[in-house]
Design a protein around this ligand. Structure first.
Ligand code: ADP
Ligand code: MG
Length: 615
């Protein structure tokens, strides 16, 4: 049999390498920006169109290249940054694998102009899918300008795989921020579709972080600093009360390189333990310097994963430094609003003797008023929310774990509620509902008992309500007496712009979108004004990682996000009337069984189920 193994032609090998290095426009941005930084540029401009799908251009004022180097730079394994294997242990540059330009050129149309300080004229080079189509002298300033067009023009499967321009744009912003955050001594500009998104002058770390993340970041930062034989640590963590519901603001840099490292991330998170509200992620910008010999950055072509020799030691240094900073800067623990106080009743409650049950009654309640008072009336004043309230519920809580069946039976009986709610409560007619564990509303039909999750029920009600509001033309909106000005970062502004139409449809009236703020002078009907900014914050972080393309999907996601954050929480005490109202509204919904995210809203137990238990 004849030999069958052949060497792959260069352009094929390059395309294969491109599969690893170039996943999307953002990968190109990263490589080109890092090359500019490696070339000692002091000003780097990034220009993109349509999220980088049509154009990615990086212009720098760095060293530039001679005509021979310019040509060579597109060869695979062509690099000026290392010469021998030992150099891998003393890296001071971002690049060293010599494959980025070759990979990019294999899957796009590249146009490069470059000139060194000593040469009279520069070089203009055009490359299409690994083939140099043009090389000629040209007039151009010192430095390099590279434009990448028609990414993946020769790999339709990949091109089709790209997300919408807004999603790709979001990824590009991420990469831009990662490079900009770690090189405050370099000035950066970012222009998208002809408008300037960032203009970052040379700065110190703190100013750079604020420049990149938006001015409201400044007050949130707590400095962290530590020097040991092993590492130098510098940077900032966000004050716990500002922690976000999305992971967007977590940055680790090791030897001037953005990295992802779940283990070290855990070190930081654990330093925040007990300080964060549920599901909030700490913000951090941490810069580590370690001996280049003690890390391996070569385990992945994009170099965002690194291996440390002394992971455990670094973990504990990181954790204790962050803890120390949080303590030193007097960042006090935030209260946990989500804790259910009734769960905290001690087992020895019975020793306290009987107490007169205390019942909270909303004296202003008027059943004939607008059907929606939920968002305001459902919330107890915050001071009350955390005080364990010795109520009759506690009597039942203590039974927990002893006999589940017994519990189920005691819950829904008009007799029980009737006798417990004597006094004040008699002014309202008992409605046949019962709140259990500040979480479930129990009610019954003729033959069945219904156990309703209060948060989920309200989520469903609000969702349908919002959708109705959105589809009503024009959407019902309440004008604000004073326009609301929200400070947003660049990322949030761009998400906001994409969502603008859906937000308007939903009843937001947006009077101005500035560089780092938006002004809102109308909000959807029944959205509590005081909570608008919190809701929008949550909304933007829900959409940050993935914005649906179509208008309908956007509207639907918008309604879901708003409804979910507006819905009463588990742990909130609901007055009798509110319970009844919740049940009535739920059953006038189109789909009362499921939440908009397809979770069960209630479960049923039939009388015959109980009969069986008593056999
Ligand atoms: P690497 O960065 O790993 O060396 P690249 O493919 O990214 O590999 O770049 C190849 C070479 O081209 C670099 O080593 C550098 O010498 C040169 N080069 C690339 N971009 C620039 C630039 N913007 N300015 C000057 N030289 C550059
Ligand atoms: Mg490179």
């Amino acid at each position: 049999m004849s030999n069958i193994i052949q060497l792959l032609p260069d352009h094929v090998a390059n395309q294969i390498a491109a599969g690893e290095v170039v996943q999307r426009p953002a990968s190109v941005v990263k490589e080109l920006m890092e090359n500019a930084v490696d070339a000692n540029a002091t000003l780097v401009s990034l220009i993109i169109k349509e999220g980088g799908k049509t154009l990615i251009q990086v212009v720098d004022n760095g060293s530039g290249m001679t005509d021979t180097d310019a040509r060579l730079s597109f060869e695979r394994h062509a690099t000026s940054k290392i010469k021998a294997a030992e150099d891998l242990f003393h890296l001071h540059t971002k690049g060293f694998r010599g494959e980025a330009l070759a990979s990019i050129a294999a899957v796009s149309h590249v146009d490069m102009k470059t000139k060194t300080e000593v040469e009279e004229v520069g070089t203009h080079l055009m490359v299409e899918g690994s083939h140099i189509t043009q090389q000629e002298p040209c007039v151009t300033p010192i430095g390099t300008s590279i434009s990448v067009k028609n990414l993946f023009f020769n790999i339709p499967a990949r091109r089709n795989f790209l997300k919408s321009a807004s999603v790709e744009h979001k990824h590009v912003i991420d990469e831009f921020q990662r490079v900009a955050l770690v090189h405050p001594s370099v000035a950066f500009k970012f222009i998208h579709n002809d408008s300037e998104l960032f203009n970052l002058p040379v700065a110190n770390f703190r100013h750079r972080i604020v420049g990149v993340m938006g001015s409201k970041m400044n007050e949130k930062l707590v400095p962290v600093k530590e020097e040991t034989d092993l590492i130098q640590l510098y940077g900032f963590v966000g004050k716990p009360e500002f922690a976000k519901k999305s992971r967007g603001e977590q940055f680790f840099f090791v030897n001037d390189r953005f990295i992802k490292h779940p283990y070290l991330h855990h070190a930081v998170s654990s330093a925040f333990e007990g300080l964060l509200k549920d599901k909030a992620y700490p913000t951090y910008f941490l810069y580590l310097q370690v001996n280049p010999e003690s890390i391996d950055i070569n385990i992945h072509p994009t170099k965002t994963e690194v291996k440390f020799d002394n992971e455990h030691a670094i973990y504990s240094i990181l954790r204790s430094s962050v803890k120390h900073s949080l303590g030193q800067f007097n960042v006090s623990p935030v209260l946990d609003f989500n804790k259910d106080a009734s769960m905290e009743t001690g087992y020895d409650q019975h020793k306290l003797g009987a107490k007169i049950p205390s019942v909270v009654v909303d004296r202003n309640f008027n059943p004939f008023e607008a059907e929606y008072k939920f968002s305001s009336t459902f919330k107890l004043p915050s001071s009350k929310r955390n005080t364990p309230n010795p109520s009759w519920e506690a009597l039942y809580t203590n039974l927990e774990g002893q006999d589940d069946d017994l519990l189920n039976i005691e819950v829904d009986s008009e007799q029980v509620s009737g006798s417990l709610f004597q006094g004040e409560h008699t002014q309202h007619k008992s409605s046949g509902t019962f709140q259990f564990q500040r979480k479930y509303i129990i009610t019954s039909t003729k033959s069945e008992m219904l156990i309703i999750d209060q948060h989920r029920a309200h989520f469903r009600i609000l969702y349908e309500e919002l959708l109705r509001n959105i589809t009503a033309k024009p959407a019902l909106s309440q004008q604000l007496l004073f326009p609301l000005k929200l400070q947003l970062d660049t990322n949030e502004i761009s998400v906001f712009k994409t969502l603008k139409e859906s937000l308007t449809n939903a009843g937001f009236s947006i009077s101005e979108i500035g560089e780092d703020f938006v002004k809102i002078n109308g909000i959807p009907n029944r959205l509590p004004e005081s909570e608008t900014s919190i809701l929008l914050d949550q909304l933007l972080s829900d959409f940050e990682s993935d914005i649906p393309d179509s208008g309908f999907d956007q509207t639907d996601r918008l309604a879901k996000s708003l409804a979910q954050s507006m819905a009463i929480k588990n742990g909130a005490v609901l007055h009798k009337e509110e319970q009844t109202e919740l049940v009535n509204l739920l059953f006038s919904c189109k789909e009362p069984m499921l939440t908009p995210l397809n979770r069960l809203v209630f479960v049923k137990q039939s009388a015959s189920d109980f009969d069986k238990k008593f056999m």
